[in-house]
Design a protein around this ligand. Structure first.
Ligand SMILES: [Zn+2]
Length: 167
């Protein structure tokens, strides 16, 4: 017996989805949100969804918003890293950024280059903004977020050490 309604997992066809040449922010956002569950829009902009990287049935811990450079910002208030979140939906952190650079080559994704390190740091920096918005909306900053911010500082330091090899 066949199951004709069964579709392949989205992660398996990631490379083939965007056949049109314009891979803009809207495409990235819909690509990301199509892989998330329980999305709701917040009135102060952005969205909330169930975090795919941890057991998030109690509440939507994942904040999704668009950055100024057209990148998609993902932040789990329970403390999952952007790599864990993107990994859980079959993407990687670099997929959250608009593909405007022609030197972007999928084959070089297996190691970190300066651009990827900066992408990670850019995310860490914007998390501070998301946390600020969260508090502005009258929420207390969860302890896990304080942890996250501390880890972000450690990552920035590690990135500085790591990038010395590009000299
Ligand atoms: Zn999470």
């Amino acid at each position: 017996m066949q199951t004709p309604t069964k579709k392949p997992h989205p992660a398996g066809v990631a490379a083939g989805i965007n056949s049109h040449s314009d891979y803009n922010t809207h495409d990235i956002l819909s690509e990301v949100t199509s892989r998330l569950k329980g999305i709701i829009k917040r009135h102060n902009g952005g969205m909330l969804a169930f975090c795919p990287s941890h057991d998030d049935r109690k509440g939507r811990s994942l904040a999704v918003s668009e950055g100024r450079e057209g990148q998609i910002l993902l932040h789990c208030f329970a403390g999952c890293s952007v790599h864990e979140i993107t990994g859980a939906i079959g993407l990687n952190a670099a997929d959250l950024f608009p593909r405007t650079e022609s030197k972007y080559d999928p084959k070089t994704r297996s190691f970190f280059n300066e651009w990827q390190i900066l992408s990670t740091l850019q995310h860490d920096a914007t998390v501070v903004l998301i946390a600020a918005r969260w508090m502005l909306a009258g929420h207390a900053l969860p302890e896990s977020d304080m942890d996250f911010l501390s880890k972000a500082v450690i990552r920035i330091n590690e990135a500085a050490s790591y990038s010395r090899r590009f000299k």
